[in-house]
Design a protein around this ligand. Structure first.
Ligand code: NAP
Ligand code: GDD
Length: 349
């Protein structure tokens, strides 16, 4: 049987690398777009690339950038994918306030470039767009959860760009009959999460603290709530979205929300450290309960000009239609992340 061909934009990122490995395990021929960088950027997929010569199963990488429309069209024409997973983005919310044009260019126009390339070359190619729970901003429906029918109220240049690309994907679906679907994904993390996202910043610090019992973790807002899941569970949902009988939009989430403060408490608890907090004005100070040593504080630098205070996703539609549900709870997620960072440190000693 002919292998299905998939093209992943953002293959060097967290989700792209997990998805590539999932698709290889399903016997896909996998292609990915990587940007030219001054350092190698393929760390997350190097294990697969190394197998290139030993097994006939690998990832075919192509240089590219989703802001380059000619490049996008050329790659679609050359690769002739059956499925395109469009994950490439400037994905950091706080940085989108510093680089709003760049974020809009990659996250919105990049999506337009991919959709146009598919429309012109072959409308039968299935398209997945990585939309985000950030698009909800602070809107909640009556049960305090967000689902596919909740109103969007974006709070950052990132969220606005993602919302524009979400609507664009729907426009291509409705106007040209394309199989173009959106995944509205809530936060999902892992041991290979980017190091400037909250969970990884915390897991790395906690791992180091477990060895040194030194250092002060500097954070921003501890009072926001996030619905955190495990990335490998979510890429399985992404794949299911493109296997569904027709194109549609789906929320993928854990369905449970915790404050940032709770995440930090649980991460320290995992290494046997209990925290106690003091709040002076708006600033938090966190101490090791055992010896009263300061281990964390909040500083203005890490606060955002605008914050999404509360995210809790309802994934009922995905559960019913895609038979998808998350498998990893927050305690297991923290265990995976902190233990992996401890192991990384051990190896580097
Ligand atoms: P990530 O780790 O930041 O990966 C982003 C990927 O996009 C990287 O491979 C990056 O390449 C690539 N990229 C950035 N700009 C590009 C450009 N101009 N052209 C080509 N590639 C470019 O993000 P992630 O966590 O895997 O998330 C994947 C997607 O899901 C993103 O669109 C994100 O916005 C969305 N999303 C993520 C979450 C989450 O919680 N993780 C939730 C909802 C939605 P480099 O390696 O060269 O930087
Ligand atoms: N990054 C970061 N760094 N966040 C901090 C810090 C800090 O030092 N201190 C507190 N926070 C808070 C943020 O203000 C936010 O409320 C929460 O921790 C989570 O921040 P991030 O981990 O940066 O993730 P995010 O929720 O802003 O965005 C992620 O999830 C979105 C889906 O909801 C990203 O993966 C986006 O790409 C994704 O769309």
């Amino acid at each position: 049987m002919k292998k299905k061909v998939a093209l992943i934009t953002g293959i060097t990122g967290q989700d792209g690398s997990f998805l590539a490995k999932l698709l290889l395990s399903k016997n896909y021929k996998v292609h990915g777009i990587k940007r030219r960088t001054s350092f190698f950027s393929t760390k997350r997929i190097d294990d697969v690339l190394k197998e290139k010569h030993s097994k006939n199963q690998t990832i075919n990488l192509h240089y590219g950038d989703v802001t380059d429309s000619v490049n996008c069209f050329d790659l679609i024409k050359k690769i002739k994918p059956d499925e395109v997973y469009h994950l490439a983005a400037q994905s950091h919310v706080a940085i989108s306030f510093e680089q709003p044009y760049y974020t809009a260019n990659v996250d919105f126009l990049g999506t337009l470039n991919m959709l146009e390339s598919i429309r012109i070359y072959n409308k039968k190619i299935k398209f997945y767009n990585a939309a985000s729970s950030e698009m909800y901003g602070d809107s909640r429906n009556s049960i305090g959860e967000q689902n596919e029918n909740t109103t969007f109220n974006p709070k950052s240049p990132y969220a606005v760009s993602k919302l524009a690309s979400f609507h664009l994907t729907k426009v291509y679906r409705e106007s040209y009959g394309m199989f173009a679907s959106n995944g509205i994904l809530f936060n999902h993390e892992s041991e290979i999460r980017g190091e400037n996202f909250l969970t990884r910043k915390v897991s790395k610090f906690v791992a180091k603290y477990s060895f040194t019992k030194k250092g002060i973790l500097l954070l921003g807002n501890l009072d926001s709530y996030r619905d955190w899941g495990y990335a490998p569970d979510f890429v399985d949902g992404i794949w299911r979205i493109l296997q569904y009988k027709h194109p549609d939009d789906f929320v993928l989430s854990s369905g449970i929300t915790h404050s940032v403060k709770k995440f930090v408490i649980l991460a320290f608890k995992h290494i046997g450290v209990e925290l106690k907090f003091k709040k002076i004005g708006n600033q938090y100070f966190g101490y090791n309960k055992l010896n009263n040593n300061l281990v964390l504080k909040t500083i203005n630098y890490y606060y955002r000009p605008n914050e999404v205070n509360y995210l809790k996703g309802n994934y009922l539609k995905a559960k019913k239609k895609l038979k998808w549900k998350p498998k990893t709870n927050i305690n297991n997620l923290i265990k995976i992340m902190v233990d992996n960072d401890i192991e990384n440190l051990r190896k580097s000693l």
